[in-house]
Design a protein around this ligand. Structure first.
Ligand SMILES: NC(=O)c1ccc[n+]([C@@H]2O[C@H](COP(=O)([O-])OP(=O)(O)OC[C@H]3O[C@@H](n4cnc5c(N)ncnc54)[C@H](O)[C@@H]3O)[C@@H](O)[C@H]2O)c1
Length: 462
């Protein structure tokens, strides 16, 4: 029955990347069969239900359109491999926590297991596409594992790193800045690369489909994330200096961002960056530089991470110092837990660090978030003095302080007079994302603490 399809595409790994990317390929290319498999049965069940396992604006509609038509989710990895012409691998590649390279290198165990399953279940030649973010030259190792088979099969490994950002994944996939496809510079490699170009050409303008050698493609993804993280750490470093000098970080960011060589994006000072990728990919780059005997290059990039940790710490220290150096027993409401707005993802969220530090000081922390409370509960499962409250008004009742940790639009439109009236006095607000109307809050009576701007308080700072 499935023979009516022009191509059979499989994706191994139904996570934040595999799910949305494949759903969009299926939506845009009804002539292909797109099958997504995962070893996590709960995740697959959720993909087949009305409550998808991840929150992403626009994702529900895309999945509803294609699911059952040419988009299928299952746990049958072997059958999926056997029938596919093209296999995308989008499994997780977290930072290694053990052995050589622990704390920096990528843990490739899931990737290699997948490669071995592919060899085992294959009965014909296939194109294998690296969708996961991988260290440069992984494709070489993968080709060795895949092509060391005794069935006479040939696998062509391509790198097609994913540049989507969570929170705007569907928009990014529908209208990408670019799609990057790397292959070996051999005749077979270029042929496989053309097959991939043809898939994306169904909806992506030709000039945005970039081809390169496989090593450039692998490295470009790590470098893109490293550059983005570096911009955030750069402006965060300047935010600390602004607070000392009474410059205003938003004015500085605006002034420098109008320079077309610099640009305005990723210049928002904040409590710090999070997400599953930035830290892991920058550390991986650090590790690769170290492994190649380039300690200065490694130190340069490692400082991006050090700066981010400093910024998270600084935020908590400012809270404690503003609250008269003791927060034991005080209720503190955290507004937001996701690592950024419009996602349920909390991996490496600065909120985790903030909540943990506050809890360590024996504060009574209440966490609120429109989409991420389930993940927050898992992240903080071992802590006792934490409660969870979907409604921000309830969450702020009786609190000494509110801290904005995620920039959800919802928090800009709350009735802060109502929140102020329900809080203990003096009421403090810590805007870790600089998204609120600070003058207005100050007028209501709040003591307002911002990133990279002087605090606005109704009493002299101690
Ligand atoms: N999250 C992002 O914004 C983003 C963006 C671009 C690239 N990436 C990269 O994409 C990759 C995947 O990231 P993610 O956020 O989707 O991760 P994820 O953890 O959400 O998803 C990975 C999935 O792979 C599954 N899996 C692991 N081993 C498997 C196996 N042997 N067989 C079948 N399924 C298996 C897991 O069960 C999980 O559901 C990573 O390399 C990441 O760096 C992520």
């Amino acid at each position: 029955m499935s023979d009516k399809f022009e191509k059979k595409i499989l994706c191994i790994g139904a996570g934040y990347v595999g799910g949305p990317t494949m759903a969009v390929i299926a939506q845009k290319c009804p002539q292909y069969k797109v099958h997504i498999v995962d070893i996590n049965a709960d995740r697959i069940n959720a993909w087949n239900s009305d409550e998808l396992p991840i929150y992403e604006p626009g994702l529900d509609e895309v999945v509803k359109e294609a699911r059952g038509r040419n988009l299928f989710f299952s746990t049958d990895v072997e059958a999926g491999i056997e029938e596919a012409d093209i296999i995308f691998v989008s499994v997780n590649t977290p930072t290694k926590t053990y052995g050589v390279g622990a704390g920096k290198a990528s843990d490739l165990q899931y990737w290699e297991k997948t490669a071995r399953s592919i060899v085992k279940a294959s009965k014909a030649n296939k194109i294998i596409v690296e969708k996961s973010t991988l260290p440069v030259r992984t494709a070489e190792a993968m080709e060795r594992v895949l092509n060391a088979n005794d069935k006479g099969l040939k696998f062509e490994v391509l790198s097609n790193p994913e540049f989507l950002a969570e929170g705007t994944a569907i928009k990014d996939l529908h209208n990408p800045d670019r799609v990057l496809i790397g292959s070996m510079e051999t005749e077979e490699g270029r042929k496989a690369r053309q097959t991939m170009v043809d898939i994306y050409a169904n909806w992506v303008p030709k000039e945005r489909i970039i081809t390169s050698n496989v090593w450039s493609a692998e490295l470009s993804k790590l470098v893109a994330n490293a550059f983005l993280a570096q911009r955030i750490s750069s402006i965060n470093a300047i935010s600390a200096l602004c607070e000392k000098t009474h410059a205003d970080v938003q004015e500085v960011a605006f002034a420098i961002g109008t320079d077309s060589r610099i640009g305005s994006k990723f210049l928002n000072a904040s409590v710090g960056f999070g997400g599953s990728c930035f830290k892991k990919d920058v550390l991986n780059l650090v590790y690769i530089a170290e492994s190649n005997g380039l300690p200065e290059v490694a130190n340069y990039w490692e400082a991006v991470i050090t700066m981010n940790e400093y910024q998270e710490d600084r935020f908590v220290k400012q809270m404690i110092s503003a609250m008269f150096n003791t927060i034991a027993g005080k209720k503190i409401a955290l507004f937001g837990f996701a690592f950024k707005k419009d996602t349920s993802d909390t991996r490496e969220s600065p909120a985790i660090h903030v909540a943990r530090q506050l809890a360590d000081e024996n504060a009574q922390v209440t966490v609120s978030d429109p989409k991420a409370l389930k993940n927050a509960k898992n992240d903080l499962a071992d802590l006792k003095n934490i409660s969870y409250e979907q409604d921000p008004y309830e969450s702020a009742k009786g609190a000494h302080a509110v801290a904005i940790v995620t920039e959800w639009d919802l928090y800009k439109t709350l009735d802060y007079q109502k929140i102020y009236d329900s809080m203990e006095k003096p009421a403090m607000i810590f805007d870790g994302r600089n998204i609120l109307d600070h003058q207005k809050l100050f007028g209501i009576g709040f003591n307002v603490y911002r990133i990279g701007k002087p605090a606005m308080t109704h009493f002299d700072q101690i």
